[in-house]
Design a protein around this ligand. Structure first.
Ligand code: PLP
Length: 361
């Protein structure tokens, strides 16, 4: 067996320890004589798995009691619709457009609400996140939506917009658990699990309980109402049980690493290694503006498409896989989520430097 360093943006690499543990428990989970995949979601064993996952996440993120954690399906993309359908009161929302996911979320909300785009970096191909100081929002907006880490462009917010009493709804798909955050600053957080949490198939929602509305328009499907899942503790119907089980193991793994403060420091170091190479390179150029650089997705180009392709195929030969950039940006993207070991980042940095030497003009 030989494992590679997988820099994929999502589904992404998982901690090896977690995979090994899951493999060990594959045929017989905890004396049950069956795999978690084969287990009733109403069984005591699974209820224990769910409760432990919720508890560990709460502990890791410091989730206050007035928030509820939901494990849903449909990916982050379904949240693009659930957020406007469920948070609407008067029917107005403000969006910041900092990438293609943020834009998709905004466009989806437009189907239901009066949407105002308060800031956008689209004119510059989303190479930065606008300064949030001095932004103003419609005081009667039902919520403000941001995408905190822009997976495709390699940018992130370093400060949250001050929305006052307007709830902030945030897509944290590619940065959740990458460092400590203050959950109370958000009304709602959502994240597809397949980047920085666990396997594809489960979407995490953390919602302030007072935002879970009882009265929703008749057109909102039962399955797309937060209240449906909140009331039944994510067991209204069959949840993605195996994916939740793996997420729980990842939460435990994060605790063992020292929690989110420790992860934040490790992630700063990991990203720093690659940005240092970019900043001292005469061949590679980072595509994100320095003040908006993501710690999770590092995007760069050589400026020559053939060289980019050579770099990607050479990397693959060294076991550094999936570093081709998104088709809308080109070049390279190294996604270095929590589960990417620092050794993988160091190996990529060394390969970049060797490649540059080989191609020095
Ligand atoms: C990947 C991603 C999405 C889309 O997630 P799906 O789970 O595939 O729907 C949305 N937002 C961000 C920030 C992402 O990285």
């Amino acid at each position: 067996m030989s494992r590679v360093y997988n820099f994929a943006p999502g589904p992404a690499c998982l901690p090896e320890e977690v995979l090994k543990e899951a493999a060990q428990e594959m045929l017989d989970y905890n004396g049950s004589g069956m795999s978690v995949m084969e287990m009733s979601h109403r069984s005591q064993a699974f209820e224990g798995i769910l409760a432990e996952a919720q508890e560990t996440l709460g502990e890791l993120m410091g989730i206050p009691d007035n928030y509820q954690v939901l494990f849903l399906q449909g990916g982050a993309s379904t949240q693009f619709a659930m957020v406007p359908m469920n948070l609407s009161r008067i029917g107005k929302a403000d969006y910041l457009v900092t990438g293609s996911f943020a834009k998709k979320a905004m466009q989806e909300a437009k189907k239901y609400l009066d949407v105002s785009v308060v800031a956008s970096s689209e004119a510059d191909n989303f190479t930065y996140v606008p300064d949030v100081k001095g932004l103003s929002f419609r005081q009667d907006a039902d919520y403000v939506h941001i995408c905190e880490n822009n997976t495709i462009y390699g940018t992130r917010y370093t400060a949250l917009p001050d929305t006052g009493s307007i709830p902030l709804a945030a897509d944290l798909s590619s940065c959740i658990l990458s460092g400590p955050i203050d959950v109370q600053k958000y009304g709602l957080i959502y994240a597809g699990a397949q980047k920085n949490i666990g396997p594809a198939g489960v979407t995490l929602v953390i919602i302030r309980k007072d935002l879970i509305q009882e009265e929703l328009p008749a057109f909102v499907p039962t399955m797309l109402q937060y209240k449906t899942h909140a009331k039944e503790n994510s067991l209204y119907n069959t949840p993605p049980s195996y994916a939740i089980y793996i997420c729980g193991k990842v939460f435990q793994w994060l605790k063992k690493q020292g929690g989110l403060k420790a992860m934040g420091e490790i992630n700063q170091r990991k990203a720093g290694i690659l940005y240092d190479v970019l900043d001292s390179s005469s061949l590679f150029k980072g595509t994100a503006r320095a003040d908006s650089r993501s710690l999770m997705n590092v995007t760069f180009v050589t400026g020559d498409e053939q060289l980019d392709a050579d770099f990607v195929s050479g990397a693959k030969k060294q076991g550094l896989v999936n570093i081709k950039g998104h088709r809308s940006v080109g070049g390279m993207r190294a996604s270095i989520y929590n589960a990417m070991p620092i050794e993988g980042v160091q190996k990529l940095a060394a390969y970049m430097q060797a490649f540059e030497k080989e191609h020095a003009k």
